[in-house]
Ligand binder design. Structure first.
Ligand SMILES: [Zn+2]
Length: 304
């Protein structure tokens, strides 16, 4: 498929405001049999994606850079791939280096944050039933919103309703075969507690911070953790207490957020990347979900 044909296609079926990029591509591929997934991805010199790879997979990066969507690159990242949430967790140089590395396909596991793969794999797709019904009436199809796919968002920003969470075996990718996985049908509405509300509140704050070019917010936050906790990186009594309480809390939090894959996720995620040292170390990037969970733990649960 050449870029003119592709532009023609994306012009007639354009991406909607805030639409989650993987869901948009799935929608694109579902329009008639004349778009073969292989041809679509071949136009970016890529094969059809098989597994979800976190915030910024190569196919998404290439599609965003190609210009065929008629949306500036940074807008696609921020508004259609949740970049306005995760970019403040990473400094801009590291982010730019990642983009280059990803495009040049350097290294085998190219991820922005440690543990991104299991966390992405088990994340549910989420939708608001009232938005779905309104959009069906308005456009003839519902939109998967980028914001709603964040692991720390649980309610609709328009209606305030609890989102339906569609837990699937793995998070679906736009491979032309996952049409039903991207349908806004079924799923569960979890019981929302103060824990959920707090995480969502924190998430909205990050997105409103307009801080995507720097990770100052989190550097400051971690400095506060470090100083106020008297953590020494030396396995002192304080360090041990903090570490044990954190791991216990993390396990509990992940069990709430990923009820259907909790054992498997916990098994895959346990490593030094989620431990106390990683949370405290400003030189190390931490997955946004883990850092927000650590912040809630530190503020509300930690007993010094
Ligand atoms: Zn809604």
């Amino acid at each position: 498929m050449d870029s003119n044909t592709l532009s023609l296609l994306t012009n007639s079926i354009n991406i909607k405001a805030g639409e989650y990029l993987p869901a948009y591509v799935s929608r694109l591929l579902s329009y008639g049999s004349f778009i073969k997934p292989q041809d679509f991805y071949q136009s970016f010199s890529l094969g059809v994606p098989r597994t979800s790879e976190g915030y910024l997979p190569l196919w998404a990066l290439k599609l965003s850079q190609s210009g065929v969507l008629g949306v500036p690159f940074s807008d696609i990242i921020d508004k259609h791939l949740c970049g306005n949430f995760w970019r403040p967790f990473i400094n801009d140089d590291t982010y730019q280096q990642f983009v280059v590395k990803q495009l040049k396909r350097k290294g085998t596991t190219r991820l922005l944050f440690s543990e991104e793969k299991p966390l992405a794999k088990f994340s549910p797709l989420k939708y608001c039933q009232r938005c779905r019904d309104e959009e069906l009436e308005r456009f003839g199809f519902p939109i998967w919103k980028s914001r709603n796919q964040l692991a720390t968002v649980f309610t609709c920003s328009i209606h305030g309703d609890v989102l339906h969470q569609k837990f699937q075996r793995i998070q679906p990718v736009p491979d032309g075969k996952s049409e039903s996985a991207f349908q806004q049908e079924g799923g569960i509405q979890p019981e929302i507690t103060m824990f959920h509300r707090w995480l969502e509140f924190e998430t909205e704050l990050v997105m409103a911070s307009n801080n995507s070019a720097s990770n100052e917010l989190f550097e400051m936050c971690r400095n506060v953790f470090l100083e106020s906790s008297f953590y020494k990186v030396k396995n002192t009594e304080t360090d041990k207490r903090l570490s044990a309480q954190w791991i216990e809390a993390l396990r509990r939090y992940l069990y709430i957020l990923f009820p259907f894959h909790r054992e498997e996720l916990w098994y895959r995620i346990q490593s030094e990347n989620v431990g106390i040292k990683a949370m405290m170390d400003n030189g190390k990037q931490v997955h946004p979900l883990l850092l927000l969970l650590f912040k809630s733990f530190y503020m509300f649960e930690y007993k010094a």
